[in-house]
Design a protein around this ligand. Structure first.
Ligand code: NAP
Length: 257
């Protein structure tokens, strides 16, 4: 038996297995743009993930855009798993993103995510990036309104520094931070510990060192995942894959832990 906890309670109440799944790659190529070509295969992969015991899924409006949320919503309908998505970033073309964290945009994107995910409430809605034109306080206030009216349960941040988190925390409780972090990219090491001290989940993206726009893990998958799971009990990993064989291999990282 290992002393490493297998679960973490996001926001203090949503208990997830700490080895989750990232859905960015269930989109079109190039640029994670357009619907995933093998839609049926994607649905099968998501259902296999749920069968294995993976209970946390990460998506975003900008993946597709919207199509990753749609495939996740369809594939996991009725499975009782925890689904996170993101807003504040859109992708009109494969190589162009638009950052907009204004109140009206976030409210509209939340409504669309609810439809795409086939849910009455979004478990975790993350501000994908801080909008240079809108203060983080303003963006978080909009998400807090959606939390108050029940459309989202918890608020998360992505691509942020500690200062952003501290400012966001003056407006509303923050359940998670999602930044790039893996065994060979550790500049956020102190930040991982800071979030742990506050009971906030740290969700490392690129856990296998992959370039977001290119296919292929750069690190040894099971060892990298096991390292993250050991690194801190608040880390919830979201490995991305389009292959059921890789999914099963990644899940077996628990054996190494
Ligand atoms: N917040 C942000 O700004 C942000 C940015 C990037 C990503 N993310 C999130 O983080 C998640 C994970 O990041 P990521 O997908 O970029 O990178 P990753 O998890 O580090 O690596 C994914 C790549 O590794 C390959 N792979 C996975 N398991 C493998 C295995 N067992 N053996 C060999 N190759 C394997 C996959 O190819 P196959 O399909 O062939 O398995 C895929 O190309 C995303 O899905 C997304 O949810 C967030």
């Amino acid at each position: 038996m290992t002393s490493t906890p297998t679960t973490f309670k996001i926001g203090g109440d949503l208990e997830v297995n700490r080895l989750g799944y990232g859905a960015m790659r269930l989109t079109g190529r190039p640029g994670n743009f357009g619907p995933y070509k093998d839609w049926e295969g994607g649905l099968k992969l998501l259902r296999r993930a749920a069968d294995l015991g993976i209970s946390f899924y990460d998506s975003a409006r900008s993946y597709g855009p919207e199509t990753a949320d749609q495939i996740v919503g369809e594939g996991l309908e009725g499975r009782g798993v925890i689904i996170a998505t993101k807003g504040g970033v859109d992708k009109p073309e494969p190589t162009r993103i638009v950052v907009d964290g204004s109140r009206d945009t976030l409210h509209r994107q939340i409504d669309q995510a609810l439809v795409n995910l086939k849910r009455d409430q979004i478990d975790l809605f993350q501000l994908h990036r801080v909008d240079p034109e809108t203060s983080i306080e303003e963006s978080i206030a909009a998400l807090a309104e959606a939390q108050e009216d029940g459309r989202i349960r918890h608020i998360g941040l992505s691509n942020v520094k500690r200062d952003h988190l501290d400012r966001a925390l003056t407006v509303a409780p923050i359940a998670s931070v999602q930044n790039r972090f893996n065994v060979s990219e550790t500049s956020d090491s102190d930040f991982v510990d800071y979030t742990a001290s506050k009971g906030i989940a740290f969700i490392p993206y690129g856990p296998l060192g992959a370039d977001p726009m290119q296919q292929g893990a750069k690190l040894e998958p099971r060892q990298s995942l096991a390292w993250l799971l050991k690194r801190s009990p608040n880390i919830v990993v979201i490995a991305g894959t389009t292959s059921i064989a890789h999914l099963e291999e990644n899940w077996s990282a628990w054996d190494l832990v």
